[in-house]
Ligand binder design. Structure first.
Ligand SMILES: [Zn+2]
Length: 321
């Protein structure tokens, strides 16, 4: 067993860059700054500056892990596609290693969050779905992130649950994907359609007053007891349960977690999701899984990026990397 080195985890989002020293699931010296969105070089300099700020007053970290909201070729650490931050085509791993003078590992933020959840849940086999603007996914098998052949795999939000369903709102040519039913974008689409068809409903009045209906408005209305908005969230839950049943059948995880911004309203749709998953998954597999909301909260990305860096650093020191 290699000694646990000091590790820094960095979570890069579309609005903020957060970083901290990660050890044993706890964070220290946490720092957060707005994301530099001007260009790739400014963003990379900003990430390096955040790392330097974390290290003021603490030991120099041996290795840094970075989670990005992007598709990443893991072995080279190059961003293949990125919608919300200006790093498309940038060899982020190499650029940050040059700026920081030590090993850096870069992965997709959903993968990092899944690794964090596996650690927090004390399990080696976990599937995570992240419900936000889109639907992200992460799979941990035997304690390791499953990435596919180059790092682009585990796009669980794009499994199809209805062949002729609505067009996928993501950068995806398919239709009827989980993302087309269970994302914030899908919820906003359904809330708008309902408001247009029922002008006398609470959502209809919201549309008349504000000129728009967002997923957040629908969620708040459901929390305030509007039965129509609640029905939309419950419908989302049923679709989620269909997807969960498929994932349980494929991966037989010990734990399946739901995270992302929408999970804050999980009490409105998780009962439907769980009952649908239970009615569809193969019983012997369903019996072995626990289902719940993500525990890492806002810091899951930092914890996961740090855990990833620690794993990969140990692996490379053992000569496997
Ligand atoms: Zn899709």
């Amino acid at each position: 067993m290699v000694r646990m080195e000091t590790v820094i985890g960095v979570d890069v989002g579309g609005t903020k860059v957060a970083a901290a020293v990660v050890g044993g699931g706890a964070l220290a010296a946490r720092v957060e700054h707005p994301t530099e969105l001007g260009d790739g070089a400014a963003l990379l300099d900003g990430i390096a500056a955040v790392v330097a700020e974390v290290e003021q007053g603490t030991a120099r970290a041996a290795v840094v892990g970075v989670g990005l909201p992007s598709q990443i070729d893991f072995s080279s650490g190059t961003v293949v596609a990125s919608a919300n931050i200006p790093l498309q085509g940038v060899p982020v791993r190499e650029e940050l290693q040059r700026r920081l003078g030590r090993p850096v590992f870069v992965d997709n933020d959903a993968n990092c969050a899944a690794l964090a959840e596996a650690g927090l849940g004390g399990v080696d086999d976990l599937v995570m779905l992240t419900l936000g603007t889109g639907v992200g996914g992460g799979v941990v098998i035997d304690g390791q992130i499953f990435r596919g052949s180059s790092g682009l795999g585990a796009e669980l939000g794009h499994i199809v649950i209805e062949r002729d369903g609505p067009e996928c709102p993501g950068a995806c040519p398919s239709r009827g994907c989980l993302e087309a039913f269970c994302s914030g974008t899908a919820l906003a689409r359904d809330a708008l359609a309902y408001a247009e068809a029922h002008p006398d409903s609470q959502l209809g009045r919201e549309l008349a007053q504000e000129g728009r209906v967002s997923g957040r408005v629908a969620t708040e209305a459901a929390q305030d007891g509007d039965p129509d908005a609640l029905a939309l969230l419950q419908q989302l839950g049923v679709s989620l349960g269909v997807g969960m049943a498929g994932l349980i059948n494929i991966f037989e995880p010990q734990r399946l977690v739901i995270g992302g911004g929408l999970s804050a309203a999980g009490d409105l749709f998780m009962p439907q999701a769980i009952s649908e998953a239970e009615s569809r998954a193969l019983p012997a597999l369903y019996e072995r899984v626990t289902i719940g909301l993500a525990r890492g909260g806002a810091d899951a990305g930092i914890i996961g990026a740090g855990t990833l860096a620690a794993h990969e650093f140990q692996r490379s020191n053992r000569g496997e990397g």
